[in-house]
Structure formats: C-alpha cells, structure tokens
Design a protein around this ligand. Structure first.
Ligand code: FES
Length: 87
C-alpha cells in the first residue's frame, strides 16, 4: 500500500495493494479521466509534486519516467510511501 496526497486540499488517501490509485481517487469523488486502464493511452496522466512513482505504463518515455513529475494512476504505483498529486 501507499498514500496519495491531494496537493490542493491536503487530503490523504491510502491505495491498498488490490486497488489502483485511479480507483481510490474515483471512490473519493476526484474525477480523473480514464480510458485504456493499461498504461497505454496517457488519458489518466496526473502531475506528481513529490514522491517517487513506480511507473508501470508504456505511455511515458524513459526520460519522462525519470523526471518523476507525472504518472498514470490507472496502473502505476509508488516506490515512496506517499505521492503528492497535482490535483
Ligand atoms: Fe490509459 Fe491510464 S487510462 S494510460
């Protein structure tokens, strides 16, 4: 599990191992558009202000993955205990 913090509100949500970050955001009423749910299309892309994503998409380039300033919540997770999302 890892935590996601919503930068605009300070709200902290926990992403359990059996749920995606996108599912947790959606359940909390935070709308992020989604399409492929497999890390291919980039529709769900969200900015990351702090923390290290565990990138599992094939949409971003290697350079974009290394920048760690955006991630795909439909499939990617976190290497750090918390990600602060630009939402
Ligand atoms: Fe397609 Fe997330 S919905 S990359």
């Amino acid at each position: 599990p890892f935590e996601i913090e919503i930068a605009s509100t300070g709200q902290v949500l926990t992403v359990p191992a059996d749920h995606t970050a996108w599912e947790v955001l959606d359940k909390a009423g935070l709308y992020v558009p989604v399409s492929c749910e497999q890390g291919i299309c980039g529709t769900c892309l969200v900015g990351v202000k702090a923390g290290i994503p565990d990138h599992r998409d094939s949409y971003l380039t290697d350079e974009e993955h290394e920048a760690n300033d955006q991630f795909t919540p439909c499939c990617s997770r976190a290497k750090s205990a918390r990600l602060v999302l630009d939402l």
